[in-house]
Design a protein. Structure first.
Lengths: 116, 209
């Protein structure tokens, strides 16, 4: 690390800040959340509204990870990116498997069917 | 810690230290980032519980979000969170430009917008409670309140942290400690915006559908 003068403001993680990226992240995220609101209130505009909402959310999260948290392969950010890539599957597996297990349970048990 | 010469050559180790000294800021931010990733697993559990318990069977005949959700209020909360994150980004740019006034201004704006978010959320909760809808009424409502309130609690702690940092930056300026704390709070605050996208989509908008 080449910040021998010990000024913490010369640290690469301080230098990585970018007003343009933060503004772009805000505008993109806000615009797409507006789209989500519209789709949710007018579900007829899309054949599978929940799929559209999920796709929009995934895209906004990706934009925020790239523009706000600056996940990339630079020497400053590489470990932030690697640890995220390793932790992300845990999140998906924890949520995804729970939903899948209970969904199949719901489909196969009589109790749930009788409640309908 | 292992040394490049294996501890055999003191002069070489000194040279190594002088050129590649321990990077305290990077160590702290990576450590905090690992905490944020494990904190996300709390939300994974809560999202899984909400996903499972949002089956109408678990509403126990009581209300589901479809009857409760106020889409415009949720949208207003989204705007407040994103604007607060943007203001915090402004503080980060000011930090890069050595502007203490800019950092304080950005922190202050982020704090106010975060407080607006909490105000809107508390108003929503108050309306639900007034309508006689409580967390203990059904498994569905427990999962809903647990998820949304956990996020709200994160926002509360973020605001507390922001207030403390505001005072520290104002009194101590930019030291190693205040700088890594500002960077850690940036990770924390921006992470809350990401979680809010998931809550807005999979709780509020899914409720509208």
């Amino acid at each position: 690390m080449a910040h021998d003068d010990h000024d913490p403001l010369n640290h690469p993680e301080v230098r990585v800040a970018s007003g343009r990226a933060y503004a772009a992240a805000f505008l993109i995220a806000m615009a797409l959340m507006t789209v989500s609101l519209y789709v949710a209130r007018h579900p007829a505009v899309a054949p599978h509204p929940m799929l559209v909402l999920s796709g929009v959310a995934a895209f906004v999260v990706a934009v925020q990870l790239l523009l706000l948290l600056k996940l990339d392969f630079s020497s400053t950010q590489i470990w932030t990116s690697v640890t995220f890539a390793l932790a992300f599957p845990l999140f998906v597996i924890a949520v995804g498997l729970s939903l899948w297990m209970f969904h199949s349970l719901d489909a196969r048990t009589m109790l749930m069917g009788l409640m309908r | 810690m292992a040394t490049p010469s294996g501890g055999m050559d003191v002069a070489a180790d000194g040279l190594w230290e002088a050129h590649y000294h321990h990077d305290a800021i990077a160590t702290r931010t990576l450590g905090f980032w690992l905490y944020m990733l494990s904190d996300a697993m709390i939300f994974a559990g809560l999202f899984a519980a909400y996903g499972v318990l949002s089956h109408h069977y678990n509403a126990a005949g009581g209300p589901t979000l479809h009857t409760l959700v106020q889409p415009l209020s949720a949208y207003g909360e989204t705007l407040a969170v994103f604007a607060s994150v943007l203001a915090y980004g402004g503080a980060m740019v000011a930090l890069k430009n050595h502007s203490r006034t800019g950092v304080l201004f950005g922190l202050g704006a982020a704090f106010i917008l975060g407080a607006v978010f909490l105000g809107l959320e508390l108003r929503d909760f108050a309306q639900l409670f007034q309508a006689g809808i409580y967390p203990q009424d059904s498994g569905y409502l427990s999962a809903f309140f647990a998820l949304v309130m956990t996020h709200g609690l994160h926002m509360v702690f973020g605001l507390l942290w922001m207030a403390v940092l505001f005072v520290q930056v104002a009194t101590q300026g930019f030291t190693d400690k205040t700088v890594y704390r500002l960077l850690n709070l940036k990770l924390f605050w921006h992470f809350q915006a990401i979680l809010w996208v998931l809550i807005f989509t999979f709780v509020d908008m899914r409720g509208v559908l």
